[in-house]
Design a protein around this ligand. Structure first.
Ligand code: PMP
Length: 409
């Protein structure tokens, strides 16, 4: 169902925080790429789980523990289904995108990388998809190589194909850039890598909330995302990995749950997915994340994509009237993220003044310092939309931005 004004108003009523005021002004929240708000159904799920399902899972024979285990493992099924995973064992619960990438950088690095090997990332990666690979490269004396991007914020696919070689052990690339909004052609990039038998990890942190993702259709070897960016709770995230890869990798952390048998002489490890889930898992977070995915599934990903596209195009049209504005990232395939600078004005100053008008935007390097260096800018202002945002909010934001620019010029 298309998202018309009435439907959006109903959706907004599901998000209590949108009724907050900031410095006496109604909150306009355009920082959704950093984190999204949570619908009441997710908040209720958390409360319900603590009130009715709280017991440590997997080990208990008692009723409550079994109920909690069912909820947690049921959430795993729902999440597998949401991203089109073939098997529930391929869904590993982590703390978020960052931990998922660190897990693969460690375990894949331990098992399958040697001195002189290469990891290939792109110039538009978030620090979370740079630093773990740098640490691996330092540990194993490997080389981190970088796919350049074009001025409009699209990946240079010719350069990419040339960078893949016999030493490349893995490609790690973002599905959607958190700065430029570029939707990368990851299906095509995966095909290119697979022709050389090189696996690909896709950072889906900014994709899962905004586009339909089917990990099997993409043929991704690893796909990672965070719950908090997709209307779920903080502290929970997902690592999807093809069973054939995950089975080859050693555990990332040791502890309870991930073992089969422990003695002081030797420990054998549990099977998938538990091998990678040491310690008490966030069984409350998992059930709340599954609820968040159910909530957006009910709205419908097609409707979300269409509406957010409309919002983004509307904002770009209005913002284009501002003299001296420069959009950073003008790829043909773009998500609901707009980064910009205005001649002679520091992004931070714009962000500060917009905040005083009740408008939450992000300013700075957006955890992508190498991208800023590449673009030769110190930072940007970034607005990022969710399906609960409205054209009316964009009107207020653009009027405020015009005022702010006039003041600071
Ligand atoms: N990758 C991308 C593209 C992101 O936008 C973010 C969050 N800004 C991350 C990784 C890291 O996510 P988290 O902090 O939830 O682990």
């Amino acid at each position: 169902m298309q998202l018309n004004e009435e439907r959006i108003q109903n959706i907004r009523d599901d998000f209590p925080i949108l009724k907050e005021t900031v410095y006496g002004k109604p909150l306009i929240y355009f920082d959704n790429a950093a984190t999204t708000h949570k619908p009441v159904s997710v908040l209720h799920k958390i409360e319900f789980a603590y009130n009715h399902l709280n017991a440590n899972i997997h080990r208990g024979t008692h009723y409550l523990s079994q109920k909690a285990t069912e909820a947690h493992e049921g959430a795993r099924n729902d999440i597998a289904q949401f991203i089109g995973a073939g098997k529930r064992e391929e869904i590993i619960f982590t703390r978020g995108t960052t931990e998922s990438i660190n897990l693969i950088a460690f375990s894949y690095g331990e098992a399958l990388c040697d001195e002189g090997d290469e990891i290939l990332i792109s110039a538009m990666e978030h620090h979370s998809n740079i630093v773990p690979w740098q640490m691996l490269c330092e540990r194993k004396k490997m080389r981190l190589r970088v796919i350049p991007i074009h001025k409009n914020g699209e990946i240079d696919l010719d350069a990419y194909a040339k960078l893949l070689n016999d030493k490349t052990k893995l490609v790690a690339v973002t599905h959607v850039s958190n700065v430029l909004g570029t939707i990368n052609p990851v299906r095509q990039m995966i095909d290119t890598a697979h022709r050389k038998n090189i696996p690909v990890l896709v950072d889906g942190a900014q994709a899962i909330p905004h586009i339909a993702v089917d990990v099997q259709a993409l043929d991704a070897d690893f796909y990672v995302f965070s719950g908090h960016k997709v209307y779920g709770p903080t502290g929970i995230g997902i690592l999807y990995g093809k069973e054939q890869w995950l089975n080859q990798l050693p555990p990332y952390q040791g502890g309870g749950e991930m073992i089969e048998k422990v003695s002081f002489e030797k420990t054998t490890y549990n099977e998938l997915p538990f091998k990678f889930e040491a310690g008490t898992p966030d069984y409350i977070g998992s059930t709340a994340l599954a609820e968040a995915l159910r909530y957006i599934g009910e709205i419908g990903m097609d409707a979300i994509v269409a509406y957010e596209h409309e919002l983004t195009a509307y904002a770009i049209e209005l913002m284009s009237e501002i003299s001296g504005i420069q959009f950073i990232g003008t790829a043909h395939q773009k998500s609901a993220i707009i980064s910009f600078t205005v001649n002679g004005i520091h992004p931070y100053d714009m962000g500060m003044l917009l905040d005083k008008l009740g408008i939450a935007v992000r300013t700075g390097h957006h955890c992508a310092q190498p991208l800023m260096d590449f673009l030769e800018i110190p930072g940007t202002v970034r607005v990022s939309f969710a399906f609960y945002n409205t054209k009316k909010e964009i009107d207020i934001f653009v009027a405020a931005l015009k005022k702010v620019v006039a003041m600071l010029s």
